[in-house]
Design a protein around this ligand. Sequence first.
Ligand SMILES: [Zn+2]
Length: 424
Amino acid sequence: MTAQRVGRKRMGTEKAGCGPLIPPLSESGRPLRQQIFERVRAAGSMPRVQVARELAISPASVTTLTSELIDLGLLEETTAGGGDGGRGRPAVALGVRADAHHVAGIKLSDREHTAVIVDFAGNLLADVAVPRRPGPLELAAIVESTETLLAEVCAKAGVDRAALTAVGLGVPGFVDSQSGVVHWSPILSAREVPLGQAVAARIGLTVHVDNDANLVTLAELWFGAGRRLSDFAVVTIEHGVGMGLVLNHRIYRGAQGLGMELGHTKVQLDGALCRCGQRGCLEAYVADYALAREATTALNWGGREAQPMNQLLESLYDHAKAGNGAARSIFHRAGRYLALGLANVINLFDPELIILSGERMRYDYLYANETLAEMRAMALNTGQPTPKIEIHAWGDLLWAHGAAALALAQVTENILGATRDLAA
Ligand SMILES: [Zn+2]
């Protein structure tokens, strides 16, 4: 890419206009029907007058549009609002028809595959987790285990697989969520794998793929601490370091869907070698292979290469807890680099909250008080408090829930969204 100098030349009498040129019926101009539906789903239930108030539209428009949504079988009238409908009648509210659609959310990972079934109102109907041997797999093997997993979770939920509207699928690595192509993943033996397409062809359902850090962010946005927040970040430490960012209540992916790779932002010029092939990435100082590399040297663990990573890290952690100076210094150093990464996130995005998640958060050295103090020292010094940092429960079930949210969002978009209107 070359930098271009863009002139300010104006052509003849042509009116160039000013202000952002937003494509018609785009994300920022979602159809009113969709806005109503999403508002009702988020609230759980909502009377029509409140819909009118919140969207600043006339009660007559609300009546028309909600009738359409009821006719489509997406909303239903409920009396669960608890308010007074006048003259002793129960107040009528609107709620999502939970059985209108069912979706599956699946998280594929190095140590287990997890799946959930969720209804259209977001209720969890069933979940399963199947442990696996770590290591990269061929596409055919991944497709096979995805299908098996899906059959199992459908049986548990009592939902016919063919009755699912969509499947959300999460994998670690670099994922193009638009095309469903996985550029690179530690669980796949090849690069540029058309995972979404392959799974869709096998199971005969629409499949939406995303990277796992975005899924845990979606889980927080749809079901967790992010529901009320406009701008927040989730930083995950598992096998690598991931990040998801929500701006204005929407997940941000970047122009090519490759944004937010915090693990591969550089924290050292010509620094430690990263598994992406470049040097100086944050991940090369914080991820488990970085800790293992240091442990091998400092604790003279040269003979342990064959040991599973989890076991090696556990014994490193045990050594640190028992007061071993070298082991402690390895975690502290990783924590300081994480602090540097978090300070960069704060200085770039100024989020309201940063949620730390992922399996490695059980190593509490990574977010010890002195680590967070270093983070604050590297954030812009304005006298304002730095964002809240929260350590959240982690686990593949949460990530699978995020995959279900991805599927729910896409199904809603396909039924009510602007892209549907454009395609029509
Ligand atoms: Zn890297």
